[in-house]
Unconditional design. Structure first.
Ligand code: LMR
Length: 332
């Protein structure tokens, strides 16, 4: 056997040991991609998750946040999650229909009276069940994050459903939302979020629906003359991960990350409404557009025109689930 001087052996062992240690200590990298700006409820939530995860798990976890579709945009992000190219996403609840028909419930127009009702449904048994409803496809829901209720926008005033007739509206990739606009005899067009500003600017579409924070952060008020405060639907998110990746994390990392996610979710959900109101104020201050308030009668007309959409999707979503969501409008 080759005889090595003791000092050399010691140094070799030490070097091996050190490099072995360095390898074991490499942080787990979690890429969190999303399509909106930093100043929105989701953007702030992603940044807070990064801050708390890196503070509480120093050296163990590194979180890289990619806002504004800078890593993956709509259409590609779910595929990337399944391929392991990104570990966290928070797509709007309108973007899951390829994976489950049940989550379509959140797109039904005029389903929830307010965000408190949404909260009750998401945290009730049926809402919680939806988080794990895509596990067979390797997608695990970790939390719901609010953005808020949607408002309509167009280059003409929308007061009654007939005002929308014939207009082209951008919608998210959701069959329910397509039907919602068809119900008022408008033409829906699916388009990724990153394309909205240009689509409106060039007239590929004439109007859209979104929350105040998404409108303001995308400068939609520069290319739309009118907003209608309709509160007709919801933009909320499911924070999702690759189920195999998440379950494969060491317990002393996964546990704290789940606690942090719960904490961040409370914070996002507390701040979302205030962020939307401050964005609405910025749109008012910019003076480039007009905000239309509906009378109760006008709002009832929109509701009546869009409600038939429910029946179309009741089979896919499930009457029981819809009933549970409606029940959540009653304060507990
Ligand atoms: C949209 O596409 O309008 C929204 O889903 C964007 C978002 O993530 O809030």
């Amino acid at each position: 056997m080759l005889k090595l001087p003791k000092a050399l052996l010691c140094a070799a062992t030490l070097a091996l040991g050190v490099s072995g240690f360095a390898q074991a200590a490499d942080p787990i990298v979690i890429k969190f991609a999303h399509v909106v700006a930093d100043g929105t409820p989701k953007g702030q939530g992603a940044n807070l998750f990064k801050k708390l995860a890196e503070e509480r798990l120093p050296g163990k976890v590194r979180v890289e946040v990619y806002p504004n579709s800078s890593l993956f945009g709509d259409g590609k992000e779910m595929e990337a999650l399944l391929l392991g190219d990104v570990q966290l996403l928070a797509p709007s609840l309108a973007k899951f229909e390829q994976y489950t028909k049940k989550v379509q419930i959140f797109d039904l127009p005029f389903l929830f009276d307010n965000i408190a009702a949404v909260d009750r449904f998401q945290h009730g048994p049926q809402g919680k069940e939806l988080l794990t409803s895509m596990e067979d496809k390797n997608i695990l829901g970790l939390a719901y994050w609010h953005n808020g209720l949607k408002q309509l926008s167009a280059n003409k005033p929308l007061r009654e459903p007939k005002d929308a007739r014939g207009l082209k509206f951008r919608v998210q990739a959701s069959s329910v939302l397509e039907e919602q606009f068809k119900a008022v005899r408008a033409n829906p067009r699916k388009m990724s979020f990153a394309e909205v500003y240009q689509g409106l600017q060039t007239g590929v579409v004439n109007g859209t629906e979104n929350t105040w924070s998404n409108y303001e952060s995308q400068k939609v008020h520069e290319v739309q003359k009118y907003f209608t405060e309709s509160d007709h639907g919801l933009i909320d998110y499911m924070v999702i991960t690759n189920a195999k990746f998440w379950k494969g994390l060491p317990a002393d990392v996964r546990g704290p990350l789940e606690e942090i996610m719960a904490e961040v979710s409370i914070e996002v959900n507390k701040q979302a409404e205030a962020l939307n109101q401050s964005s609405k104020q910025k749109i008012i201050d910019a003076k480039t557009s007009e905000i239309i308030e509906l009378t109760p009668e006008q709002r009832a007309e929109w509701r009546e025109a869009m409600r038939p959409v429910w029946e179309k999707f009741q089979g896919e979503i499930g009457a029981d689930l819809i009933k549970a969501a409606e029940e959540s409008n009653k304060a507990s």
